[in-house]
Design a protein around this ligand. Structure first.
Ligand SMILES: NC(=O)c1ccc[n+]([C@@H]2O[C@H](COP(=O)([O-])OP(=O)(O)OC[C@H]3O[C@@H](n4cnc5c(N)ncnc54)[C@H](OP(=O)(O)O)[C@@H]3O)[C@@H](O)[C@H]2O)c1
Length: 241
């Protein structure tokens, strides 16, 4: 795909996957815009005026209003949602507020954002929305992550169904399902972080770099596929379905 001068908004710009996507797009002369929650990215690739704070835990109307402002004030061509958080812990002991939080950040906020993005792109006549889900959205990958896993199933199902509503338009939607990626996701996780880090320690020999995954995601954006398995490892796991 030709990225030169394309205006691309990356949600989760300072995350492991989001920042790797941003670096690669910037190297290919895209004009990148980003959202962050806790810390504004400081890397030289960023024009600080292109960064916006956006917490997925905000009131849903507030999220939509912020997104609409960012899209229209910058005439964005593509949106990549690469924000999310993990919860690790036994479901039977999970607090209701953690269930609600996980669904809000990993499913409901992305869907609410997708609605604003779709409305904007349909009005504009073209555009591409991409959501980074996870291989866990195709097959349960790790025990004690039922709510996180089901939120990713929800995202994959949502984008695949939504794609049917874009047929006959110049608007595209797609979703990617990376397998394990080396990022700070486990350190940022909620729940029993210590137990999660122990599980990750065992699994991590099969994890891939965020740069490799970002490369696969960006290559997938050039294809017409709605579902993107960004690396060979993700493709091999998906065959187990
Ligand atoms: N790492 C993996 O193994 C893996 C595998 C497959 C899929 N994924 C998915 O890829 C996405 C990115 O994960 P990552 O590995 O890059 O993790 P990460 O390094 O922890 O990055 C997470 C990103 O999400 C943002 N975020 C977290 N909570 C948020 C909230 N309430 N509101 C707005 N933004 C929020 C973070 O912003 P702040 O830093 O500002 O909080 C950060 O930019 C997630 O959806 C994850 O489920 C990850």
């Amino acid at each position: 795909m030709e990225w030169n001068q394309k205006k691309i908004l990356i949600l989760g710009a300072n995350g492991g996957i989001g920042s790797a996507i941003a670096r690669q797009l910037s190297q290919q002369s895209a004009i990148i815009y980003g959202t962050y929650r806790r810390m504004k990215p400081k890397d030289a690739i960023w024009n600080q005026n292109h960064l916006y704070d956006l917490d997925f835990e905000l009131n849903l109307n507030e999220i939509q209003s912020k997104i609409k402002d960012i899209l229209s004030s910058n005439d964005i061509d593509m949106v990549i949602i690469a924000a999310g958080s993990a919860y690790f812990g036994n479901f039977s002991k999970m607090d209701t507020k953690d269930i609600q939080h996980t669904y809000q950040v990993d499913l409901i906020a992305p869907i609410i954002i997708a609605q604003s993005v779709l409305q904007f792109f349909l009005e504009k006549g073209e555009g591409h929305l991409h959501i980074v889900a996870a291989i866990a959205g195709l097959l349960p990958a790790v025990k004690n992550m039922a709510v996180y896993t089901s939120s990713k199933f929800g995202l994959v199902g949502f984008v695949r169904a939504l794609a049917m509503e874009t047929i006959g338009t110049q608007v595209r939607v797609s979703v990617s399902c990376p397998s394990g990626v080396i990022t700070e996701l486990p350190e940022n996780a909620l729940g029993d972080k210590e137990a999660f880090l122990k599980v990750i320690e065992v699994l991590k020999k099969n994890f891939e770099s965020a740069d490799d995954v970002a490369k696969g995601i960006l290559e997938g954006l050039s294809s017409r596929d709605v579902l993107n398995l960004p690396t060979e490892k993700a493709r091999a796991l998906a065959k187990k379905l």
